[in-house]
Unconditional design. Structure first.
Length: 214
């Protein structure tokens, strides 16, 4: 089975369909999104994505299995995701990019694709010299894709930045979290000149690898 990631485009929203293409939890404040019907939500989502790609650059990654798009993750500066301001642990840290929506087709879940998307997101942001990612976790187990499960965030390297019983704000330090696989390590080499050792021990995700120099 072939599994690849790619930069998110507007066309991918159409490929994925609902609930992804109509989720505006992050892109609009609550009052504004409540006024829109389903068709208007889909149009607003596409407009937001097109504008963010133009003004900020890459703001998401998709994962493709055997050539078909089956999941995505969306990320951007908090200023471009005003819906986050309504959450109890907002605002986020000014130095962090915000990881917002993530979704995998139900039949492809629990196969490591979510972790692959986070790795791809981290690689993109490291290469663009960002230093941290934050995300708002959901502890209530609502798999709607708009708010990421806190348990999942913890399993892929995020740590609690501000605790809350239902919506903790969590953070990943990109300068020190060097536990990703080749795609992130290659980005680190290009950005910071990190030299990978010839022998690497497997460490749990969220750990730090230090490259030795002879």
């Amino acid at each position: 089975m072939s599994r690849k990631t790619a930069a998110l485009t507007v066309d991918h929203l159409v490929d994925l369909g609902d609930p992804v293409r109509s989720c505006l939890f992050w892109e609009l404040p609550p009052v504004e999104r409540a006024r829109l019907d389903e068709q208007e939500r889909a149009a607003a989502k596409q407009e937001w994505l097109a504008g963010t790609l133009r003004d900020w650059g890459s703001c998401g990654r998709v994962v493709r299995v055997d050539g078909r798009t089956v999941g995505l993750i969306v990320y951007a500066p908090a200023a471009l995701l005003p819906g986050a301001a309504a959450l109890p642990t907002a605002p986020g840290s000014p130095d962090a990019v915000l990881a917002a929506t993530a979704w995998i087709e139900p039949r492809h879940r629990r196969g490591g694709l979510g972790r692959l998307l986070v790795q791809s997101m981290a690689a993109d942001l490291v290469e663009r010299r960002h230093t941290a990612i934050e995300a708002y976790g959901d502890t209530r187990g609502r798999p709607n894709g708009c708010v990421l499960p806190a348990e999942f965030l913890g399993s892929v390297g995020f740590a609690t930045q501000r605790a809350h019983p239902t919506t903790p704000r969590m953070r990943m330090e990109l300068r020190t979290t060097l536990s990703w696989k080749d795609e992130v390590e290659l980005a680190l080499e290009r950005v910071w000149g990190v030299v990978r050792p010839t022998q690497k021990a497997t460490r749990p995700i969220g750990s730090v690898r230090v490259a030795s120099r002879d």
